[in-house]
Design a protein around this ligand. Structure first.
Ligand SMILES: Cc1cc2nc3c(=O)[nH]c(=O)nc-3n(C[C@H](O)[C@H](O)[C@H](O)COP(=O)(O)O)c2cc1C
Length: 324
């Protein structure tokens, strides 16, 4: 399980930073892999409002780090926006990232594609401000709600702390850091009991990617799913992306990953499925190991990719049934 913390304050070691660290500590205590992105230090251009993404499904601006953010957002099981209140909203750096999620919004609502994790991904907001304003968090909470809708996450609410001015003031608050830690534990805890499943193939570009997406989409509440390959390709096969899009499932922004990227390191896997690589897959101990003899669809026409996709979906559904 992967938790992404987006730290929106330009002041490192400030209140936002400390609050997010406490939340992520709680998540880690539940066995989650966590990553903090220091948003202001990333190159993320503001949205130009050109509507390119509404036609093409990705942003015309390709030279900044939003592509990396989309990859991380899509990988996350839980996303945490953490921001100081600047003029009753999030920091400008955070708002730039939020506006750029319009490409994900377009994929969801214009192209009608479903992110495989949409049914169980969670989103949460942490916010701090200096004053006692009654509506201090209202605007930012609304922004978070619509951001999470765009990125395919269920908004789980927020923790907001008033009268936090000087850097580090939050550490002197009687409950703030403990509250954030507890929230991190609680939200992660809801998903941490899932069975851990891993699909393996050589390049992690077609078969294991499709299998991962189908198991996340059809059974993600019960399975914590990853995929990997021992020689990861440079990109997910475009024909696999196309074949999955025909089924309404979006593989955009996913990347082939090597064995070293498997999250949850020491924890045992419940299920490993070796897809077409019984002889060559890296040995991975698990409660149950299956071999699916499926020919490699790489370099084959789209029609063959479709047949492979349908066969994989059938097998994934059987997997879910047999695990119930
Ligand atoms: C540009 C700017 C605008 C701010 N606007 C507000 C505001 O509207 N309301 C408020 O209560 N605090 C406001 N603050 C105060 C910060 O929210 C507060 O100091 C917060 O603790 C900073 O978090 P950090 O330590 O993570 O940077 C503002 C601060 C700055 C620099």
């Amino acid at each position: 399980m992967f938790v992404l913390g987006l730290m929106g304050s330009p002041r490192t070691q400030g209140n936002t930073d400390l609050l997010l660290a406490a939340f992520l500590d709680g998540a880690q205590a539940q066995g989650a892999a966590v990553l903090t992105v220091d948003v202001p230090s990333r190159h993320i251009e503001p949205c130009r409002g050109c509507r390119f993404c509404e036609k093409e499904g990705f942003c015309i601006q390709q030279k900044d780090e939003m592509g990396e953010m989309n990859y991380l957002l899509r990988r996350a099981d839980l996303v945490v926006l953490a921001t100081p209140i600047f003029f009753y909203g999030p920091s400008a750096q955070m708002k730039a990232l939020i506006d750029r999620s319009q490409a994900l919004w377009a994929r969801r609502y214009i192209m009608k594609l479903k992110d495989p994790k949409v049914n169980f991904r969670q989103g949460f907001l942490l916010a701090v401000g200096a004053t006692t304003g009654k509506e201090l968090f209202t605007g930012t909470s609304l922004i978070a709600k619509y951001f999470y809708d765009a990125v395919g996450a269920r908004y789980e609410g927020f923790l907001g702390f008033r009268e936090m001015e000087a850097p580090g003031a939050i550490a002197r608050h009687p409950t703030a850091l403990a509250d954030a830690r507890k929230k991190g534990e609680e939200l992660t805890g809801g998903l941490s009991g899932r069975r851990r499943a891993l699909f393996l193939c050589r390049e992690n570009a077609c078969r294991s990617q499709m299998a991962e997406a189908f198991l996340q989409y059809h059974g993600g509440e019960h399975f914590d799913v990853q995929s990997a390959g021992d020689r990861p390709a440079g990109e997910v096969n475009p024909l696999a992306v196309e074949a999955m899009a025909e089924k309404g499932i979006d593989l955009a922004f996913r990347r082939p990953r090597g064995m070293d990227a498997i999250e949850g390191g020491g924890r045992p896997l419940d299920l490993v499925v070796q897809v077409g690589c019984e002889q060559s897959c890296p040995v991975t101990p698990a409660g149950r190991v299956e071999n699916w003899e499926l020919e490699d669809p790489a370099e084959r026409p789209l029609e063959f990719m479709r047949t492979t996709r349908d066969e994989i979906e059938k097998r994934v559904k059987l997997l879910i049934e047999s695990a119930e």
